[in-house]
Design a protein around this ligand. Structure first.
Ligand SMILES: Nc1nc2c(ncn2[C@@H]2O[C@H](COP(=O)(O)OP(=O)(O)OP(=O)(O)O)[C@@H](O)[C@H]2O)c(=O)[nH]1
Length: 343
């Protein structure tokens, strides 16, 4: 995985890991560290669904200028090649010192690595690092929940196997013995990666920047947020592609689905009702994110539901309000119907 130091091109760091494991949390830390080092990264984010929550988060939280491309509604490995190459090409035209690619939670990094070696990109970029973030609280449970879904199991394993660095994140939520079991599971699939234990993806960042240098002749310390470009992929996984048999061509999605729920503004029920609504679908909902406002409140909240935990954060956000559920075998129709009754 490591480049030869003489390899030309822009270094690429891939951030991988299952839904809600802490990839965006790590991305924000890498952006801060890059700024401290006077480096200007280009960022490509890929999200499931047509809504761009993590992108908003990153632009807002980092408050920096950097080239940012977002590919929505799909998984980067399955998004049309020309879109990926177009997005990376557009980032490269802005002469970044490095590229940070955050994959969706259900992407297999190997597939994007293949894209980097396509004729359009080979020689212009090189793979510097694959970092996989593991949710220490749920990784073992996911392995058993998804045991019958070979593609998803392959994806989870692929994420671990492809990593140069494995971050066992959310260590605050598990006992040391549980954490050790997670590390043991990860080691079975990857004996070579550096293993880090972390809370909020807080790991020493020095090694990730080793050998990454500023492109000469460019002054670029980021200060304020930049305009960015969002690409919504026209590609969707067909049901057939989701049910492929082992050995079939790449399909990292498996039965993972997204449901976008329309939000009246503001919501006329309390946060607890919304939490109960999400919980009623049990373990089929793996992740939920949204920007919401409740009646009689001016404040907009960012809702994050990951690993069965809710986190509400008041945010200064004036964009569209929305809620996305991401899950495994989601009953999309039933959810939409119940939601319509509630709102
Ligand atoms: N308790 C705890 N929460 C964490 C930790 N790291 C991240 N989180 C929270 O977990 C949630 C998901 O974190 P993200 O960084 O958005 O995860 P992600 O992998 O980018 O999520 P997706 O893009 O949906 O796949 C957020 O609410 C984070 O604040 C951690 O170490 N401990």
């Amino acid at each position: 995985m490591h480049p030869n130091s003489k390899t030309p091109g822009t270094p690429v760091i891939i951030l991988s890991g299952f839904l809600g494991s802490g990839k965006t949390t790590l991305l924000l830390k890498l952006l801060e560290e890059a700024a401290k080092r006077g480096l200007r990264p280009g960022v490509l984010m890929n999200e499931l669904g047509r809504l761009d929550i993590d992108g908003d988060l990153v632009s807002r939280a980092s408050g920096m200028i950097f080239p940012l491309e977002k590919l929505l509604d799909g998984c980067i490995c399955c998004t049309k090649k020309d879109e990926i190459q177009g997005a990376i090409g557009s980032l490269l035209r802005q002469s970044p010192d490095l590229l940070l690619l955050e994959l969706t939670g259900v992407a297999n990094p190997e597939e994007i690595v293949e894209q980097l070696t396509e004729p359009e990109l080979v020689g212009r970029v090189y793979l510097h690092r694959v970092i996989t973030v593991i949710d220490a609280e749920h990784a073992l449970e996911y392995n058993s929940i998804f045991a019958s879904d070979k593609q998803l199991v392959r994806t989870l394993r692929g994420q671990i196997a492809a990593a140069d660095d494995l971050i066992v994140n959310k260590s605050d939520l598990v006992s040391p013995s549980h954490r050790a079991k997670v590390a043991e599971m990860a080691r079975k699939h990857n004996t070579a990666a550096r293993m880090h234990y972390a809370v909020s993806a807080d790991v020493p960042l020095d090694p990730f920047f080793s050998g990454v240098q500023s492109v000469p002749g460019k002054t670029s310390v980021p200060v304020k947020r930049s305009p960015f470009r969002v690409i919504v992929s026209g590609h969707a996984h067909s049901p057939g592609a989701l049910q492929g048999e082992p050995g079939e061509s790449p399909a990292s999605f498996s039965r993972i689905r997204t449901v976008v729920l329309p939000l009246p503004e503001p919501l006329n029920f309390p946060a607890g009702t919304l939490e109960r609504f999400i919980k009623q679908w049990g373990s089929s909902v793996l992740r939920a994110k949204g920007y919401l406002r409740f009646s009689r409140q001016e404040q907009t909240y960012l809702l994050q539901f990951a690993g069965k935990r809710f986190q509400w954060e008041p945010v200064a956000y004036s964009g569209r309000h929305y809620l996305v559920l991401i899950g495994y075998g989601l009953e999309e129709k039933a959810i939409s119907k119940e939601w319509a009754l509630l709102v």
